[in-house]
Design a protein around this ligand. Structure first.
Ligand SMILES: [Zn+2]
Length: 296
């Protein structure tokens, strides 16, 4: 992890999850905090080495690798924590993530550091259509940019023309590794991709891809994959969720080998199924198990 300069007052701590750093004098707002206490400790050390002091933490969404460092940072520094609605609930009660992935009290394997970070307090909840800026001392405010899709109420943060765009797009490398990345609301994800395509920020910093000046390629790759998965699903005449998942895994060369991998993949597939069903493109038949049917 190290501090990379993007513009005069905007930096990025690069790592498994890229962390945004916006400076006003020696005071800093962090965008996301990494996966665990150790990430929080490393971030604090980097700031300290650069004579910086954290005052604000903004979590873009509630996946463990974006807020896991909160518990350390909120103990060590006097900070205000901001998070979007819905996501704020999970950040305060991280049990909800393995709970929703399993849709009951989860198997113990799901209560791990990738899916259940330590809880953090949230001081300010950012509601959709509400607050669009976070006051930050200095010459500019931090603009909240809604980017829902990957998670229900994900946000990005813009400062000095740089958009920290969280997990709204994934790199080709991540897609090759995971096959079908997790988008939890396909309709909203498509709208977010279309917004990004039309946007003209000077720089985009995704959490799991290199910063880019032009986001078109990333948008195109992510949208292409979504359309490919949709097409695969509607190529089934009648199938159960698990049959569809098995075929998609085969097509993308994915072999889930743990509850974590299996549950995330299932969640990703279900997002497509609810989107296609709610759009009237597929229907269902119940006969002890649920069969998805393509409307002819
Ligand atoms: Zn995420």
């Amino acid at each position: 992890m190290h501090l990379a300069e993007i513009s005069d007052n905007v930096f990025c701590i690069t790592g498994a999850t890229n962390i945004g750093v916006v400076r006003s004098g020696k005071e800093v707002a962090l965008i996301d905090t990494g996966i665990d206490r150790e990430s929080g400790r490393k971030i604090m050390k980097i700031l300290e080495n650069n004579g910086l002091e954290v005052k604000v933490v903004i979590n873009t969404h509630s996946h463990a690798d974006h807020f896991g460092g909160n518990s350390y940072i909120t103990k060590k520094a006097d900070v205000r924590v901001y998070a979007p609605e819905i996501e704020a609930g999970i950040i305060q009660y991280p049990y909800l993530e393995p709970f929703y992935l399993f849709s009951a009290h989860p198997v113990k394997d799901l209560m791990n550091r990738f899916l259940m970070a330590r809880p953090s307090r949230v001081d300010f909840v950012i509601s959709a259509g509400g607050q669009s800026e976070i006051e930050f001392p200095g010459t500019f405010d931090l603009k909240i940019v809604p980017l829902p899709g990957h998670s229900p109420a994900q946000i990005g943060v813009e400062a000095e023309g740089v958009l920290f765009c969280a997990d709204s797009v994934f790199s080709k490398r991540v897609m090759e590794k995971y096959g079908v990345p997790l988008f939890m609301d396909i309709g909203k994800q498509k709208e977010t991709l279309s917004f990004l395509e039309r946007s003209d920020f000077e720089m985009y910093v995704p959490c799991h891809a290199e910063p880019v000046k032009d986001i078109s390629d990333l948008v195109e790759t992510n949208l292409g994959l979504i359309l490919q998965v949709e097409k695969l699903i509607v190529s089934h005449k009648k199938a159960t969720t698990e049959e569809i998942m098995k075929n998609i895994c085969r097509e993308f060369g994915i072999k889930p080998e743990s509850f974590t991998e299996y549950s995330l993949m299932l969640s990703a597939i279900k997002a497509y199924l609810s989107y296609l069903y709610n759009s009237g493109l597929i229907s269902v038949e119940f006969d002890g198990v649920l069969h998805w049917k393509i409307r002819e």
